[in-house]
Unconditional design. Structure first.
Length: 202
């Protein structure tokens, strides 16, 4: 649970439910909310403004393992399942969804955001207390784009939704354990996803 003064990165913020909750808990800290879906991003901005929140910085980027542009596919019936991976929507284990639209969105790496944090966020990032990841099958790409931050131990905790049709939880855990992380717990939702909680061992 976020605490006062924390820096929280919400990767896959959607309309901001987690970001708004975290913003109340971090107080003088701040939240960076990443949401590449232009429709959801407008809702995210509106929710931040409606709640008069000043400690959230919303960015219309996807995070991945390289700086590029990529198609984001919008899922019908469940827009929250929109993804950079087409078959995650069509063959979703919760039930396939139609694709009702697509956008070309900017993709950056977490390392890039940290390196350019003064320019992008208006302040330097020297430590991230918590990174929450919910990116509909793109989890490993996000983590591979954070190799420098992981190597330097800049991220203290992770909460990651692992979408099992795209990512193997054991592979993801091994990747982070090799950087010095330990799993606190895992919560399984059938054959759909795991939510894993990890902490850096200092």
């Amino acid at each position: 649970m976020p605490r006062d003064g924390w820096v929280v990165f919400d990767v896959g913020a959607y309309v901001g439910i987690y970001s708004l909750w975290a913003s109340r808990l971090v107080g003088d800290g701040f939240v960076v909310a990443f949401e590449p879906n232009p429709i959801a991003f407008r809702w995210l901005i509106s929710n931040i403004e409606l709640n008069n929140v000043t400690n959230i910085k919303a960015l219309p980027y996807a995070l991945g393992d390289k700086i590029t542009k990529q198609k984001l596919y919008v899922a019908g019936e469940n827009e929250e399942a929109s993804s950079l991976i087409m078959n995650h929507i069509i063959d979703n284990p919760s039930g396939g969804y139609p694709i009702v639209g697509e956008f070309v969105v900017p993709v950056v790496t977490l390392d890039y955001v940290i390196d350019k944090s003064t320019e992008i966020l208006g302040k330097p990032i020297r430590r991230i207390d918590l990174v929450k990841v919910d990116v509909e099958g793109y989890e490993m790409k996000v983590l591979r784009g954070a190799g420098k931050a992981l190597y330097e131990g800049l991220i203290d905790k992770f909460v990651i939704e692992v979408h099992l049709d795209q990512v193997n939880t054991k592979d993801l855990l091994k990747y982070l354990v090799d950087y010095g992380y330990a799993m606190d717990k895992v919560v399984r939702f059938g054959n759909v996803k795991d939510i894993i909680y990890l902490k850096y061992k200092r």
